[in-house]
Write a protein that binds this ligand. Sequence first.
Ligand SMILES: Cc1ncc(COP(=O)(O)O)c(C=O)c1O
Length: 400
Amino acid sequence: MKSRTKTKPSKSTPSWTDATIAIQRGEPKHGRSGPVAPEIIRSSTFTFSSTAEMKRWAEGKSSAYIYTRYGNPTLAIAEEKIAALEGAEAAIVAASGMAAISSALLAVLSSGDEVISTAQLYGGTYRLMRDLFPRFGIRVRHVEADLAGVEDIVTPRARALYVETPTNPSLRLVDLRRAIAIAREFNLVSIVDNTFASPVLQKPLALGFDMVVHSATKYLGGHSDLVAGAVAGSHAWIHRVRDNIIYLGGCMDPAGAYLLIRGMKTLTVRIERQCKSAMAVAKFLERHPKVARVHYPGLASHPDHKLARRQMRDFGGMLSFDLKGGLAAARRFCDRVQLFALAASLGGVESLVILPIYTSHYNMSRDELHRAGVEPGTVRVSIGLEGPADLIADLRQALS
Ligand SMILES: Cc1ncc(COP(=O)(O)O)c(C=O)c1O
């Protein structure tokens, strides 16, 4: 499709910081009286100029937009921003994080293959691997977040290494460099879920990962008003993922893409503030007599604190904690918060708390929960943009 406006250069712009990339990349560049905010191109379909052009498209010789499930100019703005933030050649947005994750994994895996994955994962990803993949002949082997013993379980059928760091909700870290070394040694395609860190805090592709996946519902969107996903990687991988989005139908809606674009413009300032507030909240909780353990990689007491200092720019806006009184105390706490909302999801401007056993990690056995690092009384906290003193005051009253 002929564009009415030029877009800003799509070549990498190494001198731009994330803050500038998030605002400027992919945006149409207008002349006089042009809109500054992007347009939502709602059209499901796009015109061909002639049957000759139609034929060229069918032969793979034209990259024109033809139908929104295949690609759309508003989606392309979000894709270019995410690719640039992740330092990737290309990116694709999807209808949800799970659409992105399933399309990325299925771009790699075929019947008879094995995927090696950390046991500590977002519950939805874990359940996808546990419940759906075996029906298509794909076997899943789990390892701990420290990847100990992975060499012993790799078989010639292993094709992919899938990790998430920091993990949801246990906030453990996977050593990205070690994961890459293992993937290279055994010729595995490496995929990492970068949802909790966001590209502002870590850039796994620069270390050698093949693909990064996101629930863009979370920090990238940032306002709890959108369900979205994204995959970033090489042109070749994103081409294969796009094929899966086209086959399986997990494309993003243009109105959703607009919200994602708008959300990403404030990504860096949101993350900066959320990291600061999360650290203040983590320190408060660590000193509280009713709290048994706080899981926040920014605390010196966290088992992966040194690794977090090495591989993350800051420690993120997510934390979890265990109360001395177990599940009963955790339920009492969650039922008493007033400023924090009792709601699933994370990464928005509103602070949220949940009990993972009843939300992200429902329908998992006691043993699976233990391997995922989830205790019955674990409370997960997503720090938003409210004043940190107000957040701490709410936690104090809910714990009293
Ligand atoms: C780390 C992580 N990855 C993936 C997902 C799935 O994303 P979505 O809900 O956008 O499909 C979630 C959702 O909570 C998540 O926390």
